[in-house]
Design a protein around this ligand. Sequence first.
Ligand SMILES: Cc1cc2nc3c(=O)[nH]c(=O)nc-3n(C[C@H](O)[C@H](O)[C@H](O)COP(=O)(O)O)c2cc1C
Length: 203
Amino acid sequence: MKFKSFVAIVSTLFAANGMLGAVPAETPAKPKVLVAYFSRTGEQYSVGNITEGNTAIIAKMIAAKTGGDLFEIKVAKDNYPKGYTALTEYAKEEKQKKARPEIVGKVAKFAQYDTVFIGYPNWWGDMPMPVYTFLESYDFADKNVVPFCTHEGSGMGGTENNVKNAAKGGKALKGLAIYGHTAQKERAEAEKKVSQWLKEIGF
Ligand SMILES: Cc1cc2nc3c(=O)[nH]c(=O)nc-3n(C[C@H](O)[C@H](O)[C@H](O)COP(=O)(O)O)c2cc1C
């Protein structure tokens, strides 16, 4: 064998070996998603007595579509009336007092999440006060924060800004407002809206 051919064969072998031994490119880890929400059953506007809250329905859709973990924001002392009118009065007082009702439990390993969806009903143009308790309890630095709300006409109200201010350090993404009665009674329509929005914000 001529020296030139020998060199060619050896270098081909080295190259092949190099390829075989190459470290495979790391597949990027799937972003971890948390879907935290506050929602009420009982008598609600335009839907009557419900056993699953409007916001809870949307939260579960988001979790199913993103592979996210669910966390329900529940108050330690649940004195919220089950009747709609009484609830509106109670909530109005809580808002006026800027109450921060204690909530039950903590999100396990909160630091692992890249994106936190935060869901709530629009109450008097704002979030229910326990949602503030929740947002003010965690460090959102380096996390995406994505609000979604159910309502009966006011949309997000001023809540996108309020979420931004309360979730310190978080990067706010575009939120979703959806009618409570759509979530409750028009599931296919709700699914469509949720999917469209998730696509828009990159999920
Ligand atoms: C205390 C209270 C205040 C509300 N205020 C508003 C409001 O200002 N604007 C609006 O569009 N809907 C308002 N609603 C309607 C709720 O946002 C709507 O029914 C929502 O879907 C309820 O969600 P949930 O079942 O997850 O609690 C209010 C409802 C309650 C109980």
